[in-house]
Design a protein around this ligand. Structure first.
Ligand SMILES: CC(C)(COP(=O)(O)OP(=O)(O)OC[C@H]1O[C@@H](n2cnc3c(N)ncnc32)[C@H](O)[C@@H]1OP(=O)(O)O)[C@@H](O)C(=O)NCCC(=O)NCCS
Length: 197
């Protein structure tokens, strides 16, 4: 278990009590439009939450809910594709529309990258953004992620194959950038599959 607390937000692993909030925010078609999953009922996030401990141990995903002191759980962020030898991973996230443009994106990425670089020991945090999702591209670029190129037909959504831009943020860039300026208190340690250094 590894958690991070910032000036406003807490990032903690999902728990069964989070299902209602995750469903409320992520059943918005504007959120799931960019993902291969879709929530039809609260049973979907319940099943997903129950499967997370095994996913963490297997090195599939290490995920946190983004918890706001007034609004409760407002989204998710996490790491996947860990490669311990090359010390790299990939991040992904979604936030409910209610908190878009409020700074939650910035602080949640600060907490996530603090854990990834300083506590998991990664040297590179990659990200994918659909070529049709300029908001997500800008949300990464303004925080220091560099666009490296375009991966063709990379994410399948049913019969549709989407091209994505590939981004990366390296440890030194992070340390010199805006995200490392945001205070974070981290407790616990990552599972072995996400411990790179
Ligand atoms: C991606 C996401 C987490 C970003 O959070 P956010 O709160 O919207 O991000 P921010 O407000 O910090 O940054 C978005 C930036 O994009 C800009 N923007 C918004 N619409 C835009 C558009 N059509 N074209 C270009 N830039 C745009 C905003 O002005 C802002 O930049 P600024 O702070 O310089 O003004 C959130 O929008 C989200 O969950 N989207 C749906 C799921 C998703 O796309 N996840 C990522 C999958 S790759």
């Amino acid at each position: 278990m590894i958690t991070a607390v910032g000036p406003v937000l807490t990032l903690r692993h999902p728990e069964p009590r989070d299902a209602a909030a995750l469903f409320r925010h992520a059943s918005d078609p504007l959120i799931s439009r960019w993902f291969s999953w879709r929530y039809e009922s609260e049973e979907d996030p319940k099943r997903w939450i129950a499967s997370r401990p095994a996913a963490r141990e297997a090195g599939e995903w290490l995920e946190w809910v983004v918890e706001h002191p007034e609004h409760g759980v407002v989204g998710m962020t996490g790491l996947s594709e860990p490669n311990l030898r090359d010390r790299r991973t990939v991040m992904g996230s979604w936030l409910g529309q209610a908190v878009w443009g409020t700074g939650v994106n910035v602080e949640s990425k600060a907490l996530l990258t603090r854990m990834a670089f300083e506590h998991c020991g990664f040297e590179r945090v990659g990200a994918y953004a659909s070529i049709e999702n300029p908001r997500s591209q800008r949300a990464l670029e303004k925080l220091g992620w560099q666009r490296e190129g375009t991966l063709r037909a990379y994410h399948r959504h049913g019969d549709l194959a989407r091209d994505v831009h590939l981004y990366s943020l390296l440890r030194d860039e992070w340390a010199d950038g805006p995200l490392a300026q945001i205070e974070a208190r981290v407790e616990g340690a990552p599972p072995a599959a996400f411990a790179a250094g």
